[in-house]
Design a protein around this ligand. Structure first.
Ligand code: DQA
Length: 146
């Protein structure tokens, strides 16, 4: 049975491709999900991808992940910096969580330097563009064997 991974992209990540391309690049969300699926296949992981602009929906997805998945990849977008509700949901989750950001949040505005997600994540990948999702899958492929 392959390990099952859930990839959740948060608000405004459905706008990838046209959203501030100098920061986020020109690949669309569909490109990102395709790239992640290709990596998952290579790593023998089963991957489900989803995106939502709604904070409460991210909380519900995290709660649901407990029973169905062995690992979680989360780019919570701007909620990374604001959402105690998402952090509380993540703190209840026993499976490994990898936080991903396309941009290097530490080179940007100060309000992006703090992450509530990091307080619950096993690891953080940021600043490496869409490859960050591939690296997160590689990390989970190892972590989910343990
Ligand atoms: C982001 C960084 C966040 O600060 C921002 O609000 C996003 C995208 C990233 O992937 O670099 O929406 O999470």
């Amino acid at each position: 049975m392959p390990a099952k991974i859930l990839l959740v992209n948060g608000p405004n990540l459905n706008q990838l491709g046209t959203r501030e391309p100098e920061i986020y690049g020109t690949e669309t969300l569909a490109d990102v999900e395709k790239k992640a699926q290709t990596a998952a296949k290579r790593l023998k992981l089963q991957l489900d991808c989803t995106q939502t602009n709604h904070e409460g929906e991210i909380v519900t997805l995290i709660q649901g992940a407990a029973k169905k998945y062995h690992g979680l990849i989360l780019n919570a977008g701007a909620y990374t910096h604001t959402s105690i509700a998402i952090m509380d949901a993540l703190l209840l989750l026993k499976i490994p969580i990898i936080e991903v950001h396309l941009s290097n949040i530490f080179r940007r505005e100060e309000f992006r330097h703090h992450s509530y997600v990091s307080l619950a994540a096993r690891g953080v990948i940021c600043g490496l563009g869409t490859n960050g999702y591939v690296y997160a899958l590689e990390a989970l492929a190892e972590l989910c064997l343990k």
